[in-house]
Write a protein that binds this ligand. Structure first.
Ligand code: DGY
Length: 429
């Protein structure tokens, strides 16, 4: 049973493999996406280590000179996706988007390195990636934390990966829609429109792209010029975890300068996370940096914070909070609190469960000794797969598969969960 599931998951990865990068799924996402790739490499690493390294190498081969790693790399033309390279117009030889995504590569590289069978290959590839990943982390604190708060802002909801989260609703009102050139969405021809962001949100996504394009994608200017500047605890937790993991890796590979600088970024971030803590909600919240106020929106962004090496008391509090959500849904972890009016069980990041998020939360909980809840989250994840296959995301009550199907990172997470946590796959349905 477990072996069958692993084999099916591998097949999903193989089907979406384009040789040197992997598409998240055919049709809906026909290029390379940043955090999809880093997390998918974890799956490949269990059965093809060279291929896992190649996935991350390809991503960093398209890093910008200033250190940013773009969220999409348009390796080939595909008219089935909007907004394509002409809309972004970033002037790169191989076109890319002009914004970034959650920096999970540092974590992924350390994990693949630690588990590698081929130690020589791993040392060689990790050593080459080390300065590149470090440059990306430094780019974040230089360009997305100009006031040196210790935490970075996203300037477009797509950067968070949680595109249409309730978290952005209020701040998004500040993003105008006038001057947006007419466009045809393609996502809604590949997936049920009821599972996707609304047209109104799309206009604002595109307004921001046009604004940044008008500034020549100059990262020295974009942060301050953006009407949308949000500090997301989940995003920052991923950055902090990657800095901490890169510090450990650099130490091991004999790069003391990178180790010390990475550790310093992680420590400052951990201290600054306190400014996002909400005692009333029992979780972290986003900060609307433009107005200097916390956003009272209880989303999974504030729970994903558990992925960072935070003080154990905070992780214990997050565990209690996640435990309380379990009383209101059948499958952990919903992307928004099911007891709130904004919760929408089918619509992308406004309610559904995502396996990558479950994996990262469970990993953070485990590191902090919260193994029971971590086990429950992994068991719920595998129940979803058994029930509904390798979907993009799932209804946390009915397990209905949503968005795209045959999804690469979902399959990669299944391989991770089954290969690394013996017994989890045998949890009762
Ligand atoms: C999309 O196109 O839906 C992506 O989430 C943006 O990268």
């Amino acid at each position: 049973m477990t072996q069958d599931m692993i084999e099916t998951a591998r097949q999903v990865l193989r089907n979406n493999d384009r040789g040197f990068y992997t598409v998240p799924t055919k049709g809906l996402y026909p290029f390379q996406w940043n955090w999809d790739s880093a997390l998918s490499a974890l799956g490949f690493a269990h059965f093809d280590e060279p291929r896992a390294w190649t996935e991350i190498d390809t991503l960093f081969a398209h890093q910008w000179d200033d250190g940013m790693v773009p969220h999409i790399i348009f390796h080939q033309r595909d008219e089935g996706y909007y907004p394509g390279p002409d809309v972004w117009d970033t002037g790169r030889e191989v076109p890319t988007s002009g914004i970034t995504q959650p920096p999970v590569a540092g974590f992924a590289v350390r994990r693949i390195f630690d588990r590698a069978q081929d130690k020589t290959l791993a040392a060689e590839r990790a050593r080459a990636l080390l300065p590149r990943i470090h440059a990306w982390h430094q780019w974040f604190f230089r360009c997305r934390d100009p006031q040196h708060s210790g935490l970075v802002a996203i300037i477009h909801p797509w950067e968070s990966g949680r595109d249409n989260s309730v978290d952005w609703d209020d701040a998004f009102q500040r993003v105008p829609t006038d001057g947006v050139l007419p466009f045809n969405r393609r996502d809604t021809s590949h997936a049920d429109p009821a599972h996707r962001p609304t047209d109104e949100q799309y206009k604002r996504y595109i307004w921001l792209v046009q604004r940044f394009r008008g500034l020549g994608w100059d990262n020295a200017a974009l942060h301050d010029a953006s009407p949308f500047q949000v500090v997301d605890p989940g995003f920052n937790a991923i950055l902090i975890r990657s800095c901490a993991d890169l510090a450990a890796l650099a130490e091991e590979l004999g790069e003391p300068r990178i180790a010390a600088e990475s550790r310093a970024m992680a420590e400052r971030g951990i201290a600054a996370m306190e400014t996002l803590w909400s005692a009333a909600r029992g979780q972290y919240l986003c900060l609307d940096r433009s107005i200097g106020r916390l956003i009272d929106s209880p989303s999974v962004g504030g729970l994903l914070a558990a992925f960072a090496p935070l003080p154990p008391g905070r992780v214990a509090a997050l565990a209690r909070r996640i435990g309380s959500l379990a009383e209101h849904c059948r499958y952990l972890v919903p992307s928004h609190d099911p007891t709130t009016p904004e919760f929408d069980s089918l619509r992308y990041w406004r309610g559904p469960v995502w396996l990558v998020v479950n994996y990262m939360i469970a990993d953070g909980l485990e590191q902090a000794g919260q193994v029971e809840l971590a086990g429950r989250i992994k068991a719920d994840s595998l129940r979803l797969i058994r029930q509904s296959g390798f979907a993009e995301y799932y209804d946390p009550n009915t397990a209905e598969p949503c968005g795209g199907g045959q999804f690469t990172w979902t399959a990669a997470m299944v391989i991770e969960m089954l290969e690394t946590h013996a017994g989890a796959g045998d949890a009762p349905a």
